[in-house]
Design a protein around this ligand. Structure first.
Ligand code: ATP
Length: 573
């Protein structure tokens, strides 16, 4: 098999991570994909505990931390998981679930179903495993255990191979893939699915995406966008990956101090600054570093939106006590984007008590916002005063040198060879937000990979033409974007911003949200309200989804480029 062939088995753990991540994000979004089954909070928490061991033939081998989780998944989630894998990978599979604490033997399969003729038997790479089974129950316990061993062995080998390949593959760019029996989608649909994009991706890009989910040398173990266990910390956001410059050195130093001496240095620590300047990154970095220094530390990162949802659910499900336990039995509580608590009175009330309980117990609290506490005018005074009681620090727009350093770091971590002059070009154009800087880097590398062009200033110019700040004197408002995108996809503007969940609406809507985020300066909540009063998290989700597709799918890339041009000329008219 050529190095550039795409094998589902080889990439299965990463694909599982990405698919589950999407499913979870989708299930809490306001306009969930109708193709994905709805899941309850309990099912979400169960899914988070599943580790993909591998894909063996048509059997997906999954590991759970204990028997209870395993049994609950078998009871509640087998069919939804199969459905999602079928939808996303066009793969009909059965699931073999095990638990790590050795109790799988008494909880899994029905020995009696064996040899009935219903269950096909075959060999896979010399090992005796079932080829087609209707459900996980068709497997015996011994077979499940065998599968786990085989899948782990296989993972080990493919991970090593992948690592070697990556070292040689930097120049194997888009298009150099060929058909194989393991191709994901032999009949690509007119609207490509996420993993169809992967087929088109370069081996380098495949790993770029994989690297975002797992360490390059380790099999992936967790799907939540690289989220780390119960703390919900994103593994990519560490101090090591954070570039310190004059715009953020005070904030970064305060964050380190808090991680090194929680509840001693500054409590609470309040970080504020405009969108895309690294607040969230720093919050996660504090959590990681604190846990590195004190592994038993109980750290929790939540956005204020999640905090609000948790609180509302605790009322709806009558689980106030467990809410309190979750938030008060912590050593460090990190709450992002606290400005979204404004106008949410009961959540503010509850948070006030949580804050007091933690503070009095000498536990660390870290908060972020898009503005300083005194400008959180609709927040209750007593909360604002609490926030002002610790250290307040801000992050500012980075200078050119820092922006170049950030690009260098990002390119390195994505295994992209970025020439110095291209770095300077991008860094000197995108000054206001590091998210924008990253977006520009993605457009440039995606353009070169997808069009087989070398990465040069000339190709970067072409890739960035439509988002060049030279055009930023044109004022674009969401209505421009909505009209142009609706027209482009043959929809009415009402359909575009409406509640329709058919794929054609959802995809066009997500692209429109992405373009609004890129081409306007409006805040997430404002954009949410431009799209039929949706929540800001829906816009965030749409943005992430389109960003991912952009670097992996030529069709989406071209659509976004073309639409950008059309929107700008529409705004000029
Ligand atoms: N100094 C930095 N070094 C490396 N990457 C950075 C730095 N600052 C920001 N980033 C990256 O820029 C992107 C946006 O940063 P982040 O999400 O932390 O911004 P934010 O200030 O929380 O924005 P928002 O208020 O919109 O949530 C992330 O991918 C982050 O890793």
């Amino acid at each position: 098999m050529s190095n550039s062939n795409f094998s589902i088995e080889e990439h299965f753990p990463d694909m599982w991570d990405a698919i589950m991540h999407d499913w979870l994000a989708d299930s809490s979004s306001e306009s969930p994909d109708p193709d994905l089954p709805a899941i309850s909070p309990k099912q979400r928490s169960l899914l988070r505990k599943v580790k993909p061991v591998g894909l063996m033939g048509r059997i997906v081998v999954l590991e759970t931390p204990n028997r209870w989780t395993k049994e609950s998944i078998e009871q509640d989630l087998i069919d939804p998981i199969k459905h999602v894998l079928k939808t996303r990978l066009d793969l009909s599979v059965s699931l073999a679930i095990t638990s790590t604490n050795g109790d799988s033997a008494d909880s899994d399969a029905e020995e009696t179903t064996h040899g009935t003729g219903e269950t096909g038997r075959g060999t896979h790479e010399g090992a005796s495993i079932p080829q087609s089974v209707a459900t996980a129950e068709d497997l015996s316990n011994t077979e499940v255990e065998q599968l786990v061993t085989q899948a782990e062995e296989k993972n080990k080998t493919t991970t090593e191979e992948a690592q070697q390949r990556r070292e040689h593959d930097a120049d194997e760019l888009a298009g150099q893939y060929s058909a194989s029996e393991n191709r994901i989608d032999p009949n690509p649909s007119p609207t490509p699915r996420h993993w169809t994009h992967k087929e088109q991706a370069t081996s380098e890009q495949t790993y770029r995406s994989a690297a975002r989910h797992s360490s390059p040398t380790q099999p992936s173990s967790n799907f939540n966008d690289g989220l780390d266990g119960d703390s919900l910390l994103n593994k990519n956001y560490t101090f090591e990956s954070f570039v310190v410059g004059s715009s953020n050195n005070f904030a970064a130093a305060a964050c380190r101090a808090v991680a090194e001496a929680p509840a001693k240095a500054y409590n609470p620590l309040f970080i504020w600054g405009e969108s895309g300047l690294g607040k969230t990154h720093l919050l996660h970095a504090i959590g990681h570093y604190a846990k590195e220094l004190q592994p038993n530390m109980r750290v929790l990162y939540v956005s204020s939106e999640e905090l609000t949802n948790d609180f509302i659910n605790s009322i709806a499900n009558d689980t106030r006590e467990s809410f309190k336990r979750r938030y008060r039995n912590l050593d460090m509580l990190i709450v992002d984007d606290i400005q979204f608590l404004q106008n949410k009175e009961s959540t503010q009330e509850e948070f006030f008590h949580t804050f007091n309980a933690l503070h009095q117990a000498n536990k660390q609290i870290v908060l972020s916002s898009d503005r300083p506490p005194r400008q959180l005018t609709t927040l209750e005074d007593r909360l604002r005063t609490r926030f002002e009681g610790g250290l307040i620090t801000d992050v500012q727009t980075p200078d050119l040198e820092t922006r170049i350093a950030i690009l260098t770091k990002k390119a390195e971590s994505d295994n992209v060879q970025l020439p110095e002059d291209v770095k300077v070009l991008i860094a000197s154009r995108y000054e206001k937000s590091i998210r924008e800087l990253d977006g520009a880097l993605i457009r440039v590398t995606a353009y070169c990979a997808l069009s087989h062009e070398p990465l040069t200033v000339e190709t970067a110019e072409i890739a960035l033409r439509d988002i060049s700040p030279a055009d930023q004197d044109v004022e674009i408002v969401p209505q421009h974007v909505i009209e142009v995108v609706a027209n482009y996809f043959n929809l009415t503007t009402d359909e575009l911003v409406g509640k329709g969940r058919a794929k054609k609406f959802v995809q066009a809507r997500q692209i429109a949200m992405y373009l609004c985020r890129e081409l306007t300066d409006l805040s997430l909540p404002k954009l949410g309200s431009s799209f039929g009063g949706r929540d800001h998290t829906t816009v965030m989700y749409a943005e992430r989804r389109v960003r991912e597709s952009l670097s992996e799918n030529k069709k989406v890339f071209d659509q976004v480029q073309e639409l950008t041009q059309k929107i700008k000329s529409h705004a000029r008219d």
